[in-house]
Ligand binder design. Structure first.
Ligand SMILES: [Zn+2]
Length: 181
């Protein structure tokens, strides 16, 4: 990840020191196990042929179960242009609507995202969908062919609904970190 960061951001660093954004994804996969198998293989990824393979910090199952794959202090390859500053959350499902329309999955997802954003002082507008990556003020990419690269998962209209649900989940507790209940 240090070598990846050097190539894409200009600084050799594998640690995620101060997360500034949270990026929501859907995995085009039917289970946590299937997401895990994609990430666990120590082979160059299918899209760019690069190591380390793609990954995300968390995945949320269709029933709202949360699994952590990677410690929060380590960078993960989930969003071109933002891996130096962003925590990545994958969701089981095949579309924005699969996730937004699944009450149990949304409850798990919002609870996780709220906990993370409160822990790191990340504002609701900095919880974005992968498809919103190019308009992020933190976006940085040194490889010319990838400067405008993004994915279709979680478009702006869907993320407006997601952020509304996140706001409805309430403010962060003042004077301290939030804890998962
Ligand atoms: Zn994505």
């Amino acid at each position: 990840m240090a070598a990846y960061s050097k190539r894409h951001y200009g600084v050799r660093e594998w640690r995620l020191k101060k997360p500034r954004q949270i990026v929501e994804h859907y995995a085009v996969a039917s289970s946590i196990e299937s997401i895990y198998r994609t990430f666990a293989s120590d082979r160059p990824d299918a899209e760019f042929g690069e190591l380390p393979n793609v990954c995300a910090h968390f995945a949320v199952s269709a029933t709202g179960r949360v699994v952590q794959f990677v410690p929060l202090g380590i960078r993960c390859r989930h969003t071109v242009g933002l891996n130096h500053v962003a925590i990545g959350i994958e969701h089981v499902g095949y579309s924005d609507q699969d996730v937004l329309g699944n009450r149990r999955q949304m409850r798990g997802s919002i609870r996780l995202t709220k906990w993370l954003r409160c822990r790191y002082g990340i504002r609701v507008p900095d919880v974005i969908g992968h498809n919103e990556s190019l308009s992020s003020r933190f976006h940085r990419e040194l490889v010319p062919a990838l400067k405008h690269q993004t994915h279709g998962d979680f478009r702006h209209t869907s993320m407006r609904r997601y952020r509304r649900a996140l706001r409805d989940a309430g403010r962060c507790p003042s004077g301290g970190r939030a804890h998962l209940p």
